[in-house]
Write a protein that binds this ligand. Structure first.
Ligand code: NIG
Ligand code: ZN
Length: 411
C-alpha cells in the first residue's frame, strides 16, 4: 500500500540525513520544503521533494494537501497516562488555597492516585488508559513514553507495566516504558523511607527487569520524596539491571539532582522548573537532554523551565506533556508547544524541534521517529488549511489537525 501526499503547502522538519539531537542556536532552524510531495510505502517514508520535481509518482492512494502543512508526529517523552480515576477534588482544593505540597502532606497527591490504582482492576485500568492514549494520538502524538509510579507495591507496579505492555501491543504508535517505583513514600513506610528504597532496589527492580517490561528507571528526586542518596542508590541498581536513567529533578527545589543524573548518564533530566548555573554547567558536554513540561507549570502555577537560559547556553531542550492526574491532566502536545512559545519565549522553530527530533532523542528512538527522513516511520500530522506553521502555537487552544497518519495509515 502506497500513499502520495501532494501539493503540501509546507513540509516541515525535513532532514535528508538523520540528525540525532538539536542544540543551542541550531534549534532556531527548522528545515522545510514549500509546495512539496511526500511518498509513503507501507509504514515508511520513501521519498519527498518539491512538486516541481515530481516525476509521475504512482501510488495506491493520493491525498491532496493543498493549503495544509505536513510535519512529523509529536514525540512525547514524559507521561504518566496509566492511572486510575482523577483528582479534580485536589484541583478545587488548590483553587481554594492549598498547595500541591499541602495536599501531598495530607496523604493526597500521588498516594491518592496509588490507592485508586491499587483498587482498580487491571482491565479497567487498561480501558481508562487506552482511552487517553487514543485521544492523544488524535492530537498528533506518534511516540510516547509511559511511566509506572502509581503502584508503589510490586504487584501494583507490575499491573501498571503490564497495562503499558498491552497498550504497546494494541496501539500502532511507539511506546517506551519507565519504572518509577520511587515516586512517593507509601504510608506504611512514612517513618522508614530507607526500607522502601531497599524494597525498590532489592525486590522491585530485579523482579521487573527480569520480565524485560521496562526500558528506563526513574526517581522523583525532590525534597519530601527521594534525596540524592536514595536517587543514586536506585539509579545504580537500575543500571545494573539494564535500565537507563531518566529522572524527575528540580521540580520544586534545585539541590544537585541534575549533576547526579549526568553522572549516571541519564538519557534525560525532566522538569527543571528550578535551575541554577551549576545545573547548566553539569549538562554542558553531556549526552543528557533536559526536558521541559510547560503544561505542568501552567496547571500548578509554578515557574516555567528557563528555556532561553538552557538553549542560549548551547544546550538541547525537549518538550513533553507530563500527562498525569495530579500536576498535568492533559496530554495535548499542541498546547505544550503553544505554551512553550508564549510563556517560555521559545520560537516556533525551537518548539517544533524540541517536540519532534529532541523528543525522539529523549526516548532513544530517533533512528525511526522525529523527522521527515527517507526510511523513517510514516508518522505524520496533516494540518487543516492554515496560513503558516507559526499559526500552530499562535492560535492556541484550537485543534489545527486535519489528519494523523501512523505507520502509513490514517488514524
Ligand atoms: N512530580 C512527580 N510526578 C508527577 C506528578 C504526580 C502526581 O501529582 O500525581 C509529575 O511529574 O508532575
Ligand atoms: Zn512526571
Amino acid at each position: 500500500m502506497s500513499i502520495l501526499i501532494k501539493n503540501i503547502k509546507e513540509l516541515l522538519q525535513v532532514r535528508d540525513i538523520h540528525v540525532p539531537i538539536i542544540k543551542g542556536k541550531d534549534m532556531k532552524i527548522l528545515p522545510s520544503i514549500k509546495n512539496a510531495y511526500l511518498l509513503i510505502d507501507h509504514d515508511t517514508i520513501v521519498d519527498y521533494g518539491s512538486m516541481n520535481d515530481i516525476q509521475n509518482l504512482d501510488a495506491d492512494e493520493i491525498i491532496d494537501a493543498t493549503g495544509k502543512i505536513v510535519l512529523p508526529t509529536w514525540c512525547d517523552s514524559h507521561t504518566h497516562i496509566v492511572y486510575a480515576g482523577n483528582r479534580e477534588q485536589e484541583f478545587v482544593d488548590r483553587i481554594n488555597g492549598l498547595s500541591y505540597e499541602d495536599i501531598a502532606n495530607r496523604g493526597g497527591g500521588i498516594l491518592n492516585s496509588a490507592e485508586k490504582l491499587q483498587n482498580t482492576t487491571e482491565e479497567d485500568l487498561y480501558l481508562q488508559s487506552a482511552q487517553r492514549l487514543n485521544n492523544v494520538i488524535k492530537l498528533g502524538t506518534g511516540a510516547i513514553e509511559i511511566k509506572s509510579g502509581y503502584g508503589l507495591t510490586i504487584e501494583a507496579e507490575l499491573k501498571m507495566l503490564r497495562v503499558i505492555k498491552r497498550l504497546k501491543r494494541d496501539f500502532p504508535i511507539k511506546v517506551r516504558a519507565t519504572l518509577l517505583a520511587a515516586h512517593a513514600i507509601p504510608k506504611e513506610f512514612k517513618n522508614n523511607k530507607s526500607a522502601f528504597v531497599d524494597l525498590v532496589i532489592n525486590k522491585m527492580i530485579p523482579e521487573i527487569a527480569k520480565d524485560k517490561i521496562a526500558n528506563y528507571i526513574d526517581v522523583f528526586c525532590e525534597k519530601g520524596y527521594f534525596d540524592l542518596e536514595d536517587t543514586e542508590r536506585i539509579l545504580k541498581a537500575g543500571i545494573e539491571h539494564g535500565l537507563v536513567p531518566k529522572i524527575h529533578v528540580n521540580q520544586f527545589n534545585a539541590f544537585g539532582g541534575v549533576k547526579l543524573g549526568v553522572k549516571y548518564q541519564a538519557l534525560s533530566v525532566d522538569h527543571l522548573e528550578e535551575l541554577n548555573q551549576e545545573d547548566i554547567d553539569a549538562l554542558k558536554g553531556s549526552n543528557t537532554i533536559p526536558v521541559a513540561l510547560p503544561s505542568c507549570s501552567y496547571f500548578l502555577s509554578i515557574p516555567y523551565t528557563p528555556a532561553r537560559q538552557i538553549i542560549d547556553a548551547g544546550l538541547p531542550l525537549a518538550l513533553a506533556t507530563d500527562y498525569n492526574p495530579g500536576s498535568t491532566p492533559s496530554g495535548n502536545m499542541n498546547f505544550v508547544i503553544s505554551t512553550a512559545c508564549i510563556k517560555m519565549k521559545m520560537t516556533p522553530e525551537e518548539a517544533i524541534n524540541a517536540a519532534t527530533i529532541n523528543g525522539a532523542y529523549a526516548m532513544n528512538i530517533g533512528n525511526r521517529y522525529g523527522s521527515i527522513t527517507r526510511g523513517k516511520k510514516a508518522n505524520l500530522i496533516i494540518t487543516k488549511t492554515i496560513p503558516s506553521y507559526a499559526f500552530l502555537p499562535y492560535a492556541f487552544g484550537e485543534n489545527h489537525i486535519d489528519q494523523v497518519i501512523i505507520n502509513g495509515q490514517p488514524y
